[in-house]
Design a protein around this ligand. Sequence first.
Ligand code: S3P
Length: 430
Amino acid sequence: MGEALRINQKTGLKGTINIPGDKSISHRSVMFSSLAKSPVRIKNFLYAQDCLSTVSCMRALGAKIENDNEDLLVQGQGLNGLQEPEDILDAGNSGTTLRLLMGILAAQPFYSAFTGDASLRKRPMGRVITPLTKMGAKITARRQSRFLPLSIAPVDKLTGIHYNMPMASAQVKSAVLLAGMFTEGSTTVTEPYVSRDHTEKMFETFGVKLNRSGTSVTINHVNELTAPEVIDVPGDISSAAFWLVAASIIPGSELTLSNVGINQTRTGILDVLKQMGANIKIINERWSGKEPVADILVKSAELAGVSIEAEIIPRLVDEIPVLTVAAMFAKGETRISGAEELRVKETDRIKAIATEFTKMGGVITETADGLIIQGSADVKSAACYSYHDHRIAMALAIAGAAGQGVEIQQPDCVDISYPNFYETLDRLNS
Ligand code: S3P
């Protein structure tokens, strides 16, 4: 049990923040590099617990991964060069590590097994096991093949499928596409709405052509991955989101967020905050490989409530906790619907948001698939629980900084995606 952390009210946030590397892209950069033959230098890799879970799994599968100052150097053994791990692979808290690696390992001629932490052991894995099984994978898991721990038996080959995904999920889509590269035929996934496309872009970076049309992606058999010498990971817009909201709602703030990934499958937060009246400027637009990057200027502004519906949810799925904070400080009501996926994140985020922000004076109604938040809340100090969920902890911190402080129980989980989060918040105190 870590000690509770007290965050005090803050006034006008000023300064520049270098946004840490994107979590989704960091995972993928290590996995893909481990499946190539030539060495890859990964710059701005996110050294946070989730991505380190991927590094340790890839090492256990035979990749050589070293640090060179801030960079990560990966030497893979080729597409068919993974080795049977000697022990159970531990994905920790990381759904991305587990689900993407399941796609890769389902196609291997060796045995592997996975576990994870208490949160990951409660999260649904049937969504990945179902399509992979249709492709011929042999996966067994606890509680009717739905939960960790799980094991993957050796197979000779998988068969391509066309899979209509019941939910928009980049992790499920990626698992099927990664397995798809090992099949003889072609594999297509169709999503109800487009989720983040970092896997697709990473395939292209490694020389694999995909067919993309609407919400469908098709991959054909891949012979080898051709690695770039360097991958420069953009900053994570999901981490920048905390500062976008903090600067918007704390009067007198003016922040520059540098090196933020603005892939359009991730920028729902910018669209919604702008619609709420936020003062956000995107400058210095550039490319980092196939990913678009920019700096973002944000100044405080009066916000108004909005309606957020199913179609945009995949483009801001991880930002709902901090968007709730924006909504509490906005004028009028904010309604979020079509967000039932939040119930199966690191914790049930719909329940966690409603329970904890209500303790701070928020007027929030939990619905089956979302939240209704009354604005202009009288936000007061309270002792709140993070549920060991990094994004709940950081959203609580921003609510406390904008309101009258907060005590966060189990604060250390921010290490999952943003190890320097509290230090950065401290530094911005004017
Ligand atoms: C991720 C996809 C999303 C997101 C998670 C990272 C990824 O999950 O919530 O934080 O890297 O592919 P789902 O695919 O379950 O929506």
